[in-house]
Design a protein around this ligand. Structure first.
Ligand code: CU
Length: 354
């Protein structure tokens, strides 16, 4: 029984039509106990309402009959106390056992760090690569350490039946082991402000550890492995020439295209549009080269240094008419990434300002 519970092979049906697919070792266990409670409740609902209806008709008040009060039956009272008590203990035991399994990360887990912020998730992989998507290998216990830079969030992957709060100023942990390859939904399950419902991403389960490692190596074109600092200087000077000369460096795009990817990967897109529409923060369209007015500083032109400052220390100059609500990226973004973002913002500007 214990092994069955731990491996999650307890499952009445394969995928239930009313549940997401079962894609982790413990999702079967969760579904088993969910169904157990559901069917017990259903049974007693039908039994009690059926009897109530039956008795209301069978013993309805008849003309001339004398009503009499309730009598006592030990047998009946013991029955309806002992049977539900046993059922409740079974539910408690099953639930508690499953809970302990879900909240005790295995010692040999593969670690990935998670940062929640309004309104995106950042996953930091062991090689330092950060990504807004969660990629994991199949059949490997994954341990996540969660933190939040602003308010309460909650990482929720329904297919794994896994959920854990991300709390500012505290680390929380969760673990799971995926059993099916595929792409699954990831949500924020804690109401966290205006764009909470957009705080979604994907979890990609790679069919093997090798496949996952390959993805990881190619995912970050700016990782140290991919480019030296001298190469980066060359690349900055003339991206097209550099890319042509270095086909061995994977996934390399012109800097502004790289910035466009980072705009999404770093979660800037939650607050900054690039098409002129208003959002939580100012749109990036046409911002480069324009004269910006501030709440707390004299006006100045939007140039490279100003953009850098806005990313690492956003509250130093708060754009007029906007809240001081941009999270500081100091320590969570590399110089290369900042450069790429600057190129992207430039490319969205007035061509003359370039
Ligand atoms: Cu959230």
């Amino acid at each position: 029984m214990n092994e069955l519970l731990a491996t999650g092979s307890l499952s009445l049906l394969a995928d239930r039509p009313y549940m997401p697919p079962e894609a982790s070792t413990y999702s079967g266990t969760v579904d088993f106990w969910f169904d157990f409670i559901l069917y017990c409740s259903l049974f007693f609902f039908v039994l009690m309402n059926g009897l109530t209806a039956y008795f209301a008709i069978r013993y309805r008040r008849k003309a001339g009959a004398k009503p009499h009060g309730p009598t006592h039956s030990n047998t009946l009272e013991l029955t309806w106390t002992i049977i539900p008590a046993i059922l409740v203990f079974v539910m408690f035991f099953g639930g508690f056992h499953g809970f302990m399994n879900m909240y005790t990360p295995p010692e040999n887990g593969y670690d990935i760090a998670v940062t929640g912020q309004q309104w995106n998730w950042t996953f930091t992989y062991p090689n330092g690569h950060t990504d807004s998507e969660l990629h994991i290998p199949i059949n490997t216990p994954i341990r996540l350490t969660l933190e939040s830079v602003d308010v309460l969030h909650s990482l929720y992957i329904p297919a794994f039946r896994a959920k854990m709060d991300a709390v500012p100023g505290r680390y929380t942990r969760m673990w799971f082991e995926a059993t099916r390859e595929g792409t699954y939904n990831v949500f924020c399950a804690e109401y966290c402000g205006t764009s909470h419902s957009d705080m979604t991403t994907k979890c990609v389960v790679h069919p093997s550890m090798e496949g996952y490692k390959e993805w990881l190596a190619a995912a970050d074109p700016f990782s140290k492995k991919n480019m030296t600092d001298e190469q980066f200087e060359e690349y900055k000077a003339d991206p097209a020439k550099f890319i042509a000369a270095h086909p061995e460096i994977k996934n390399l795009l012109p800097l502004d295209k790289m910035g466009e990817i980072l705009w999404k990967k770093k979660g800037c897109n939650a607050c900054h549009s690039v098409d002129g529409t208003a959002n939580i923060g100012p749109t990036w369209k046409g911002v480069y080269g324009k004269t910006e007015q501030f709440e707390n500083a004299p006006a100045q032109t939007v140039d490279d240094n100003y953009i850098r400052e806005s990313i690492v220390d956003p509250l130093a100059k708060i754009v007029k008419g906007f809240p001081g609500s941009m999270p500081a990226y100091q320590g969570r973004i590399t110089d290369r990434e900042i450069t790429a973002l600057i190129w992207y913002i430039r490319s969205l500007g007035d061509q003359k300002a370039k």
